[in-house]
Design a binder for this molecule. Structure first.
Ligand code: KG4
Ligand code: ZN
Length: 344
């Protein structure tokens, strides 16, 4: 059994966890959502300061709740790239300090690899190859997981990522931040077929996503509706707009994912990242996968959004392969997932 203590501070969650193989022993997530909400989005400087304030207590809680002793912990895993640089540096500094103090190896983890590994926690029997739909605040990617640590990016975000589109559309509909959960909730009372919106297809790149046109289409539609009926924002059919937008994103991601899985002969699809929490995406992808006899795995909601357990799971995989990081390895704000091997 391999046990790691893991830390995640790449964006707006201060998270620490202890993971043994593919079992979560403890999982602490301290969300900064309330701190950033008044600004309508994550403020990098505030995120970094807030991580500094919370990191020690999050780690202490994860360690205590795990019931493990330092002697039982085999390594320290930490998100080292990509993300907000000031935020990443807080977690990386804490991880290096613990590694030095307790004489443990350091494992720097690519944040997106962490999201992919949330699927191993959801289904410990899962083995590559499989197709991963990774949809979060910064990414709408289709990644072929050929083997542990071996990735081929089949499709990516051309402009606004799926989560970014949810956040921006929520803001323009006056639904607050973060947008995804707010749209998901109000869409339950709306008509998903009320408005037809563009799916953001890109000619000759069937697996790439472009959601900025969809966001603009929602903006134009709300402007048109308000002019026509001389409605103020609070009189607009917000639930129908939210449901139609959500349906468009869910159908676009579902059709791209199924097409890719079929074309490359991949039997299993995993959907990870914050937007994988979306109820319309979950239901459309589940139904479409069943139609084509494909398996689909959705991690539970608390493993879809940022957490340290997924980073710990990635850490275990690397430690088992003898892959550890240099103590001089810096946090990096950008790093393609295909470059994650450079971390070891
Ligand atoms: O993976 P994540 O927690 O952080 C990043 O690495 O980006 O994803 C955050 C994103 C946000 O844009 C948020 O609005 C979106 O995930 N999200 C959702 C839902 N829950 C969170 N989007 C759609 N439906 C949801 N239920
Ligand atoms: Zn994330």
């Amino acid at each position: 059994m391999t046990t790691v203590l893991a830390i995640e501070t790449s964006c707006d969650e201060t998270a620490a966890a202890v993971v043994s193989d593919r079992t979560i022993i403890s999982n602490v997530v301290s969300s900064q959502i309330a701190i950033h909400a008044p600004y309508g989005g994550v403020v990098p400087e505030i995120a970094a300061r807030s991580h500094v304030e919370t990191i020690n207590q999050s780690i202490a809680q994860a360690y205590t709740e795990s019931g493990k002793t330092w002697a039982e912990i085999d390594g320290i895993a930490v998100t080292i790239a990509p993300g907000l640089i000031g935020a990443l540096m807080v977690g990386v500094t804490a991880a290096k300090t613990l590694a030095m103090l307790h004489h443990k190896p350091l494992v720097g983890v690519h944040h997106l690899e962490g999201h992919i590994c949330s699927a191993f926690l959801a289904d410990p029997t899962l083995e590559p190859p499989f197709l991963c739909l990774l949809v979060s605040g910064g990414h709408s990617s289709l990644i072929q997981v050929k083997d542990y640590g071996t990735y081929e990016v089949m499709g990516k975000t051309r402009d606004d990522a799926a989560g970014e589109a949810f956040d921006k559309v929520a803001r323009l509909l006056g639904l607050g931040y973060p947008g995804g959960p707010a749209i998901d909730l109000i869409a339950k009372t709306g008509d998903a077929k009320a408005f037809k919106l563009p799916q953001g297809k890109i000619a000759d790149h069937p697996y790439d996503s472009s959601f900025s046109g969809l966001k603009t289409a929602v903006l134009r539609l709300t402007e048109k509706l308000s002019q026509q009926a001389e409605l103020s924002i609070d009189k607009l059919p917000i639930a129908d707009l939210a449901a139609s937008f959500q349906e468009t994103v869910a159908l676009a991601l579902t059709s791209r994912t199924i097409k890719c899985a079929l074309e490359f002969g991949l039997q299993t699809i995993v959907a990870v990242g914050g937007v994988a929490a979306n109820s319309a995406l979950r239901s459309h992808l589940t139904n479409a996968a069943a139609t084509h006899n494909l398996n689909v795995i959705f991690p539970p909601l608390k493993l879809c959004t940022d957490n340290a357990a997924m980073i710990g799971c990635a850490g275990v995989i690397h430690l088992n392969k003898g892959e550890t990081s240099a103590m001089t390895l810096p946090a990096q704000s950008r790093l393609d997932i295909t470059q994650s091997k450079t971390l070891y």
